[in-house]
Write a protein of this length. Structure first.
Length: 435
């Protein structure tokens, strides 16, 4: 397909000149007036930790912002923070002074408080009365005072030709009655590993508080149907009795999520598709594989490069379906890609900057008729700029001055002639200005 690029130079002067395009300007103003709310307040709670026991104290620091420029909140002078019990009732309340956007507070937990999952809710009266913001919620877990002993277990499967092995690292955390981690605590930990009906190994180790222990087992001879290993830890002492089993998937499934740049794949338009691979525990997995169409033809290959994330380029054909053939743990997984739209637009952001301009390529389903579209940039709940542009044929290139963007994450949206979004993506602008 012949690519004809039409360059649209988006300068500040052009933004001002849009006023002369009366009808387009009015339509844009009407559209964004309908989609822009009053300036909002935002609240964030920073807690000292996520897990507590009866008798503990929840310490927190609150950050409050106001408006699209994210300035410290000076509208509300008071922040309200509630501790909600597992059924949603208010267990405790705090009323805190907001000083230049900051507040400090705590909840002292009684020794008889019911264990469970609690929530902290932070809000202002402005949020409640004017509907100009959402309360902030943070979940915490409160355990019984007797739960001052915890065990952490981290298994890793090491793939080697003909001799796979399982490495298990574990350690315990024990708190004193005052809630301190005492490094003088020692325990004899008994451990065992069982796969199917086969007991692979048993043993014991003298372990110190918070100190990691590592054991390794060979998985040679394990049949494929045995997909789960059971690792058991136990302590049998006069002062402490503990026993827990950990299920370790040996052939765990993975999940891949696909994120086309601009939101959708469009038939006949080449675009980039990012992906992320995760396991059953929600953590990343490193993968590799190929993309095939429904007839088995290989389109491209891919490989994750950081924490299960990567990207590949593809030019889909609307009548075909595409699948990722993923290799992980020497097993093949076939995962469908999102279906391509018949018509539409895609966008591609150039990571390089040219004379302090952001380079954005817009590609569309080929049209011999000149079409008018609209670009909108927004950040922190506020529309920062809007302008119309014309596109003929396949594509056009927009140069957008960085001066139009604030520091941080902005959203770029392409609207069609009916002001319906066609594609959209986020972009991070680093101006070396910190909030």
């Amino acid at each position: 397909m012949n690519q004809s690029f039409k360059f649209s130079w988006v300068l500040a002067l052009m933004i001002l000149n849009v006023n002369s395009q009366g009808q387009s300007r009015n339509l844009l103003e009407d559209y964004f007036e309908r989609n822009t709310s009053f300036p909002t307040e935002k609240v964030y709670l920073h807690l000292d930790r996520p897990n507590y026991i009866q008798g503990d104290t929840i310490w927190f620091k609150a950050y409050s912002w106001f408006g699209s420029d994210q300035i410290p909140d000076t509208v509300s002078r008071v922040l309200y923070v509630d501790l909600l019990n597992p059924v949603g009732g208010i267990e405790q309340k705090r009323k805190l002074l907001i000083n230049n956007g900051l507040s400090h507070g705590e909840f002292s937990l009684g020794i008889n408080i019911m264990p469970g999952r609690y929530s902290l809710r932070a809000y202002t009266r402005w949020m409640q009365n004017m509907n100009t913001g959402e309360p902030f919620y943070q979940t915490v877990t409160i355990g019984t005072a007797s739960q001052n002993f915890q065990v952490e277990c981290n298994p890793v499967i090491i793939k080697q030709a003909g001799n796979d092995s399982l490495q298990v690292s574990f350690r315990f955390f024990e708190m004193s009655q005052t809630g301190e981690l005492n490094n003088n605590y020692n325990h004899k930990l008994n451990y065992s590993l069982k796969v199917g009906e086969q007991l692979l190994q048993t043993g014991s180790v003298q372990a110190s508080n918070t100190k990691e222990q590592v054991v390794k087992y060979s998985l040679s001879g394990i049949v494929e149907k045995d997909s789960v290993a059971i690792f058991e830890l136990s302590i049998k002492e006069d002062r402490l009795t503990f026993e827990k089993q950990f299920r370790i998937p040996l052939n765990e499934p993975i999940d891949m999520q696909f994120f086309p740049e601009g939101g959708n794949m469009v038939s006949g338009l080449k675009s980039k598709v990012a992906f992320k691979a995760i396991g059953t525990d929600g953590l990343s997995r490193e993968v590799s594989g190929v993309i095939k169409d429904d007839s088995g033809v290989v389109i491209t290959d891919f490989k994750s490069y950081n924490k299960g994330m990567g990207a590949f380029s593809i030019k889909p054909e609307g009548w075909k379906k595409y699948f990722a053939h993923v290799v992980y743990n020497q097993r093949l997984y076939i995962i469908p890609l999102p279906e391509a739209m018949e018509n539409g637009s895609v966008m591609s952001l150039d990571s390089t900057l040219e004379a302090n301009n952001l380079l954005l390529t817009i590609k569309q389903t080929h049209s011999d008729v000149e079409l008018q579209k609209y670009m909108a940039g927004s950040a922190y709940g506020k529309v920062r700029f809007t302008f119309p542009f014309n596109i003929t044929g396949d594509s056009c290139l927009l140069k957008i001055p960085l001066d139009l963007f604030p520091e941080g994450v902005s959203r770029l949206t392409i609207l069609n002639e009916d002001f319906k979004p066609e594609c959209e993506r986020l972009v991070y602008i680093d101006k070396n200005q910190r909030f």
